[in-house]
Design a protein around this ligand. Structure first.
Ligand SMILES: Cc1cc2nc3c(=O)[nH]c(=O)nc-3n(C[C@H](O)[C@H](O)[C@H](O)COP(=O)(O)O)c2cc1C
Length: 323
């Protein structure tokens, strides 16, 4: 039983250990790691090693794997369970070219027998739950999400997350939830609806429409990890959570920066933190050019942190002066 049915979507370059912990602290029921290639020969890089680092992460720890070779995926799954993964998630939803070039991610959806072989092999290889993330199909003419869901259930997949777009859609247009509703009607395993869920109200609507067991939130968590708290409150009681005080938000952002610096070190830390600061700046400060330039241009973590303290302190004082 999960602490909440509102989960963080796996996002390469975003859902690193610090961000996963932050979102779990705000009530995300699960937070899968950034996808890790099943090709163990590529694991000896600092990027892959960081993706396998779960120290201090709340349970259950989920590792997402991407690949197309059943044995390689099984091997990778076993290795990650040995390193502390408590759920293995398989990625058949990613549209990235580099992944699709090698027929993995969402490209796998075009080969249903291969999907079955992969799922069966991985499920049999580990004694932890194996979950699957898919899109609704390859394109609008080949929307085979319902078939894939049936295969997944038959192979022993424990839960399914469905992004309401085809691979051909990339991120264009709006997610559709009718296929997710059809998938939910087809299988008895838990289904998480995903795609464009960006408010507590939208989460409620999508759950009501699809009958899904939970929702998965990706981009709406950028610069707003507290969205999980708001969605949980709305789903549980129908009421809005009190908005966080600006001083609380500032402290959360500064602690997030600290955790990024600690996790990535100086050089990589300043770069990764830029992305999150950009989102916070956009969400909260309205991205004024001067502030953005300072936050984005800071050459090291000390300067970046000092700029963040200054601008978010100003933002807190502004509210105090207006009160
Ligand atoms: C920056 C970024 C990276 C992503 N990386 C992954 C990934 O590694 N694995 C995966 O299954 N999906 C990945 N996705 C897809 C998301 O998990 C999710 O399905 C998609 O963003 C739709 O949900 P949303 O509208 O709530 O963002 C990524 C999406 C984004 C925006």
């Amino acid at each position: 039983m999960l602490p909440s049915a509102v989960v963080l979507a796996p996002m390469a370059g975003v859902t690193d250990r610090p961000f996963r912990i932050l979102c779990r602290n705000f009530g995300a029921g699960l937070a899968a790691s950034e996808m890790l290639t099943a090709d163990t020969r590529l694991w000896n890089t600092s990027k892959s090693r960081r993706r396998m680092d779960h120290e201090g992460e709340p349970e259950p720890r989920v590792v997402q794997l991407a690949g197309a070779d059943p044995q390689a995926l099984a091997e990778a799954a076993r290795a990650n369970v040995a390193l502390g993964a408590q759920i293995i998630d398989l990625n058949m939803g990613c549209p990235a070219k580099k992944v699709c070039g090698k027929l993995c991610g969402s490209a796998l959806l075009t080969d249903e027998p291969l999907v079955a072989r992969i799922l069966e092999t991985v499920v049999n290889a580990v004694d932890v739950p194996v979950t699957l993330k898919i899109r609704t199909g390859w394109d609008h003419e080949h929307r085979n999400g319902v078939n894939i869901a049936g295969i997944a259930e038959a192979c022993g997949i424990a839960a399914l997350a469905v992004h309401g777009r085809t691979r051909a859609d990339f991120y264009n247009g709006e997610a559709e939830y009718a296929t997710i509703r059809d998938i939910k009607a087809r299988v008895r395993i838990p289904v998480f609806a995903n795609g464009d869920i960006d408010t507590p109200q939208k989460a409620r609507e999508v759950l009501d429409f699809t009958g899904a067991d939970g929702v998965m939130i990706g981009r709406a968590s950028h610069g707003a990890p507290w969205i999980f708290r708001a969605v949980n409150a709305h789903l549980q009681s129908g009421i809005a959570t009190p908005t966080l005080q600006r001083a609380e938000v500032r402290d959360i952002i500064l602690a997030h920066l600290d955790s990024l610096y600690f996790f990535y070190g100086e050089e990589c830390g300043v770069r990764i933190a830029r992305k999150h600061l950009g989102w916070y700046c956009e969400q909260l400060l309205g991205s004024p050019a001067q502030v953005r330039r300072e936050l984005m241009g800071a050459p090291n973590t000390a300067a970046q942190f000092a700029h963040a303290v200054k601008h978010f302190d100003d933002w807190v004082s502004e509210a105090a002066a207006a009160a």
